[in-house]
Design a protein around this ligand. Structure first.
Ligand code: HEC
Length: 126
C-alpha cells in the first residue's frame, strides 16, 4: 500500500472506532432513563428499595445479596447474571425463573439492550 493509502486506512479506522464508543455511552444513557422510569420504583441504584441492589449485577450470581430476602426460585436458579442471562430474564422473568417475585418485563429488544448497557455501566458493588 502507498504511504498515502495507509494514512487513509488509519483515518478510516479511527473514524469507525469513535462512533462505536459514543454509541455505547448513548446506549447506557438511554438505559438510565428507562431504569428511572421502569425499575427505580423497586431497585434504587444504592439499594434499600423493594428489590435487590443492582449495582454490580453483571457477573453476580442470581439471588446472592446476603441481606436481601429473595424468593427460593431465584436463589436456587443457579444463574449468573451476564448480558445474555439478563436479556433473557428481562424479556420474561417468570419464564426463565418460574416463581420469581420479579414480574417486570421489558419486551422491546432495543430498550432491553440499552438498559443492560446501563446496568453493566453501574460497575462493581461499592
Ligand atoms: C414492582 C417491583 C419491581 C420492579 C418495578 C422491578 N423489579 Fe427487579 N426485582 C424485584 C424483586 C422483588 C426482585 C427479587 C425477585 C426474587 O427474589 O424472586 C427483583 C429482582 C431483579 C433482578 C435479580 C437481581 C439479583 O440480585 O439476582 C434483576 C436483574 C432485576 N430485578 C432487574 C430489574 C430491572 C432491570 C427492572 C426495570 C426494568 C426491574 N427489575 C423492575 C422487583 C422489581
Amino acid at each position: 500500500m502507498s504511504r498515502f493509502g495507509s494514512m487513509i486506512a488509519a483515518c478510516a479506522a479511527v473514524a469507525v472506532a469513535m462512533p462505536a464508543l459514543a454509541l455505547a455511552a448513548d446506549d447506557a444513557k438511554r438505559g438510565a432513563d428507562i431504569f428511572e422510569n421502569r425499575c427505580v420504583f423497586c431497585h434504587t441504584p444504592g439499594g434499600g428499595g423493594q428489590g435487590p441492589n443492582l449495582v454490580g449485577v453483571v457477573g453476580r450470581r442470581a439471588g446472592s445479596i446476603p441481606d436481601y430476602a429473595y424468593s427460593d426460585a431465584l436463589k436456587k436458579s443457579g444463574l449468573v447474571w451476564s448480558t445474555a442471562t439478563l436479556d433473557e430474564f428481562l424479556s420474561a422473568p417468570g419464564k426463565l425463573v418460574p416463581g420469581t417475585w420479579m414480574q417486570i418485563s421489558l419486551p422491546d429488544d432495543a430498550e432491553r439492550a440499552d438498559l443492560i448497557a446501563y446496568l453493566a455501566s453501574l460497575g462493581a458493588k461499592p
